[in-house]
Design a protein around this ligand. Structure first.
Ligand SMILES: Cc1cc2nc3c(=O)[nH]c(=O)nc-3n(C[C@H](O)[C@H](O)[C@H](O)COP(=O)(O)OP(=O)(O)OC[C@H]3O[C@@H](n4cnc5c(N)ncnc54)[C@H](O)[C@@H]3O)c2cc1C
Length: 366
């Protein structure tokens, strides 16, 4: 029986696995499958630059120092001019490598967990045909954002209503999803916020207030549901709402986004778009199987976050959940790399504290 089973090979799972490894816990880390990775958020993060310390210059400066020491002038110049993106996949791969090279107390498995059940001493999970038992479980199975569907003609002249048109620009950080992660990239530029809710209005106002952007809200055919006082501020900021469906993208191939087209309106020019359509899915299936409490009562079950307390524990004792899939009652939702990591550490340290308490009690009673 493992001390801890970690489900999810994204950011929260990586941080939990490293903590489990470094705390000396008998740990099983399940990474997920090709299918679960493809539908996870972390797969699509191309460049992290909102986190202290996660920056290319940290390593670059060290490398340059070494090269200078050995008088490798050409190499220094090449390195100085190179740009290294740091993305989630690299962080996860590096965590796997560090654990594989340094910790024999962690087993890493590839695959999707299909069933989670509560047992007398803890939990059992099913992965493929195998059943595995653990005293505690940490879930970090993530969420996926709702994507804007755009009805646009393909190369054959057929109309296709799909979000795939914007993916190349999302990969180039021109279509964005997270204001706290990427908002600063838009400074002084024109931005379209794709959405129709009060949240979309808040983001549009925030962009204007923080970065003095020229902002337009595109509701893409949906009726805007924005409160009166927000509408008043949008008007004062000169933020227009366009309700017509988007029918095309203005771009240089798939390299650079320049704007959006509409059937009966002039195209608008923007350098960035920020998607604000809420979540398509919270991967809460395993939590639901053991009847863990969910938040967001007014949402369908598959979009509800998993309730956690300040330690990252769900309403089921011994079952922890961390990262984007979770929500606390007393705090606004935080969906960043560093918040997933923080809660992963809180959860694993709680599991470790309980294990050591039991150990001490058994020593005293023997
Ligand atoms: C476009 C974009 C850009 C972003 N940029 C930044 C940024 O610059 N800075 C920042 O701080 N944050 C950024 N974020 C947010 C950040 O990526 C997330 O907060 C973080 O990835 C959340 O980690 P997680 O562990 O909750 O989920 P994820 O990292 O998405 O991981 C979920 C994991 O669970 C696995 N899984 C799912 N179901 C199962 C199952 N049944 N069995 C086994 N495994 C399963 C998946 O394979 C995946 O590995 C960005 C998000 C997006 C969408």
């Amino acid at each position: 029986m493992y001390d801890i089973i970690i489900i999810g090979g994204g950011i929260g799972g990586s941080a939990a696995a490293l903590r489990g490894a470094q705390n000396g816990l008998n740990t099983l880390w399940i990474l997920g499958s090709k299918k679960t990775r493809k539908r996870s958020r972390s797969q699509w993060v191309m460049n992290l630059d909102n986190i202290v310390g996660f920056h290319e210059d940290v390593i670059k400066n060290q490398a340059i120092k070494t090269l200078k020491k050995y008088k490798q002038t050409d190499a220094v110049e090449i390195l100085e001019n190179e740009h290294y993106h740091i993305n989630n996949r690299m962080l996860i791969q590096n965590t796997i490598q560090r654990i594989e090279n340094g910790f024999s107390n962690v087993t890493i498995l590839e695959g999707e967990v299909s069933i989670l059940t509560k047992s007398e001493d803890g939990f059992s999970i099913q992965i493929g045909e195998e059943i595995i038992e653990g005293k505690s479980v940490v879930l970090s199975t993530g969420v996926m954002d709702e994507q804007p569907h755009i009805q646009k003609q393909n190369r054959k002249g057929e109309w296709e209503d799909t979000p795939k048109w914007i993916y190349p620009f999302a990969n180039r950080e021109q279509v964005l999803y997270c204001i706290r992660c990427e908002g600063h990239l838009t400074e002084d530029e024109s931005v379209a916020v794709i959405g129709h809710s009060n949240v979309a209005a808040e983001l549009a106002m925030m962009l204007h207030e923080r970065y003095e952007n020229q902002v337009t809200i595109l509701s893409n055919g949906a009726a805007p549901k924005i409160s009166e006082n927000r509408l008043e501020i949008l008007e004062k900021y000169g933020i227009e709402i366009i309700s017509d469906p988007i029918t095309g993208l203005v771009s240089e191939g798939v390299k650079q986004l320049h704007g959006f087209e509409f059937e009966n309106l002039k195209p608008i020019n923007v350098k960035f778009a920020l998607v604000s359509l809420g979540l398509h899915r919270v991967y809460n299936d395993l939590a639901r199987e053991v009847n863990a409490r969910l938040m967001d009562e007014n949402q369908p079950e598959e979009k509800r976050h998993v309730w956690i307390n300040h330690k990252g524990e769900t309403s089921v004792k011994g079952l922890f959940a961390v990262g984007d899939m979770t929500k606390r009652e007393d705090e606004p939702v935080m969906k960043q790399v560093y918040t997933a990591q923080e809660y992963a550490v809180r959860a694993v340290d709680t599991i470790d504290t309980r294990r050591r308490k039991k150990l001490r009690a058994s020593i005293l009673s023997s």
